[in-house]
Write a protein that binds this ligand. Structure first.
Ligand code: NAD
Ligand code: DAU
Length: 342
């Protein structure tokens, strides 16, 4: 199988590529990524020679480029590429509209034109909006996105489903809760907390710290996406979550405990505008229909994640300083785009 992974230099995409190369060594993977501030080729530097993997730098909204890649005999597209940070979407919504809506549309249109036989759109539980104290999101829950980010993801979902219903395109959608694990950009709560604590800096907690998120270890999500790709039904949506709900304050307190840091390093700060109160995923459908279940407990996942950031200080220091952005120029661009590991 030859698959096009978009956004594969980001957090979930790079973990997914590692997962696929390990579990499907005979697959060809092309990674199309624009390398925005969130894309980092260092996440993939340990892909050894002989792997059937190739990197292509570019924008999913560039129709000519996407057409050229899809003409290389692609069987399936997995679209991770997106602007992904809610706080940035509040400061600058336009880039979210362009990448998440227009970019997805270009991919869908080209995949339709080229009769690609599988299109997996990676979406989020945030499209469902916010829950009260009880209940969980099912695939039937109405979409009520509240941030420019979640509204852009909901729009992409709608367009993808319309392409299935109108044109019979083989589209599938995954909606996942908050992922955590290696290679996550330290603007998101967990890597921000871990890396700040490693330098004895405070962790900013928005509002009262009682907002609830439902946490899943990134490799469990990668396995679920692999199952959706191979066993999912066209036109279906699959919620993916591990059932690990936690308030932000309780999550950060667990990290403080694992790292042996004092609670005086918690700093309550101004709340995020439109801050969704609670997310909780009901993953019954993917568990029953595809036989998926999460493998990693929140406690083990947090320990593995703290351990990874502890052992990879160079990685996050380069990310924080912006130095990682030079990695592409030094290792690829200047050397004439030597991006194929074969
Ligand atoms: P990320 O920000 O770490 O990575 C996004 C990647 O997409 C980066 O490598 C970036 O360079 C690339 N990209 C952005 N715009 C692009 C464009 N126009 N063309 C090509 N590449 C582009 O994001 P992530 O956390 O890995 O999220 C990946 C996907 O999963 C996103 O679609 C996001 O909405 C979704 N998602 C994320 C989470 C989470 O907890 N992180 C949960 C549910 C769903
Ligand atoms: O639910 C899935 C979504 O999870 C994905 O679709 C998004 O791409 C991903 O960024 C994430 O969105 P969140 O807004 O939930 O993640 P973030 O890490 O930004 O925030 C998690 C919670 O922690 C949220 O309630 C806001 C809060 N927070 C966040 C930051 C960055 C803080 O209290 N302090 C912070 O400094």
């Amino acid at each position: 199988m030859k698959i096009l992974v978009t956004g594969g230099a980001g957090f979930i995409g790079s973990n997914f590529i590692h997962y696929m190369l390990e579990h499907h060594p005979d697959y060809d993977i092309i990674n199309l990524d624009k390398l925005t501030y969130a894309g980092n080729l260092e996440n993939l530097r340990d892909i050894g020679p002989g792997k059937r993997y190739r990197f292509e730098r570019g924008d999913i909204a560039d129709a000519d480029l996407v057409r050229g890649i899809m003409d290389q005999g692609i069987d399936a597209v997995i679209n991770f590429a997106a602007e992904s940070h809610v706080d940035r979407s509040i400061l600058e919504p336009a880039s979210f509209i362009k990448a998440n809506i227009l970019g997805t549309h270009v991919l869908l249109d080209t995949a339709r034109e080229r009769r690609i036989s599988r299109f997996v759109q990676i979406s989020t539980d945030e499209v469902y909006g916010s829950l009260g104290a009880t209940g969980r999101f099912t695939e039937e829950t109405c979409l009520r996105p509240n941030s420019p980010y979640s509204a852009s993801k909901a729009s992409a979902d709608m367009i993808a489903l319309a392409y299935h219903r109108t044109f019979g395109m083989p589209v599938l959608i995954t909606r996942t809760s908050n992922n955590y694990g290696p290679y996550q950009f330290p603007e998101k709560l967990l890597p921000l907390a871990i890396t700040n604590l490693m330098e004895d800096r405070s962790v900013p907690i928005y509002g009262d710290g009682l907002n609830v998120r439902d946490w899943i270890f990134v490799m469990d999500n990668a396995e679920a996406i692999d199952m959706v790709l191979h066993k999912g039904e066209d036109g279906e949506i699959y919620n993916i979550g591990a059932g690990h709900e936690s308030t932000n304050i309780s999550l950060v307190s667990s990290v403080l405990g694992i790292m042996g840091k004092p609670s005086s390093l918690i700093a309550y700060v101004k709340d995020r505008p439109g801050h969704d109160r609670r997310y909780a995923i009901d993953p019954s459908k993917i568990m029953t229909a595809l036989g998926w279940s999460p493998r990693t407990t929140l406690r083990d996942g947090l320990k593995m994640t703290v351990d990874w950031y502890t052992k990879n200080v160079g990685w996050w220091k380069r990310v924080r300083s912006g130095e990682y952005l030079e990695y592409y120029e030094k290792n690829y661009s200047a050397k004439g785009l030597k991006t194929d590991s074969r």
